[in-house]
Design a binder for this molecule. Sequence first.
Ligand SMILES: [Zn+2]
Length: 178
Amino acid sequence: MCLCRRDIQIKKCRVFYIGTLSFGLDSVLGLLPLSPRSSEKNKTMTDVNVAELVRQSHEAKQKAYCPYSNFQVGAAVLTEEGTIFTGCNIENSSYSLTICAERTAVAKAVSEGYTKFKAIAVATNVSEKYMSPCGACRQFLSEFTKDSGDYDIYMSKPDLTYDKKKISELLPCAFSLN
Ligand SMILES: [Zn+2]
């Protein structure tokens, strides 16, 4: 897929989301990345916004490996450089080895050299409320506020509406060795 075609697709998405959902344009604009375009391989976005981040978290949800709970979760983390990394929950027969979508996405980013985040979006199939990360993920996400500052988390429903909070709101008094 060439970059021109990608831009066209992103613009279509933006028009659709802004036209149909209730979240604020200010928060959309607040996530415009500062970095210039880079390669398609790294998924760097030139006009990333909240709607796109939420959309990608729901797309990632489709890849969830959850044969035991059937509870699909997706996450998409936006780096300071404008790159998005996605992840899903990965369950295991030995239940405690299960890894959450948020940690999958962040682990992918960190393993590629990215530790500064602007935001993370989390998606589930629960429509009754905005599902928030588990305690382990809250601590995991909090680790990167040292590099990133107190970044945003968007907890979303299948209709792509979301609730926005800061990481520190989810885990005040996080454990830290500093
Ligand atoms: Zn978790």
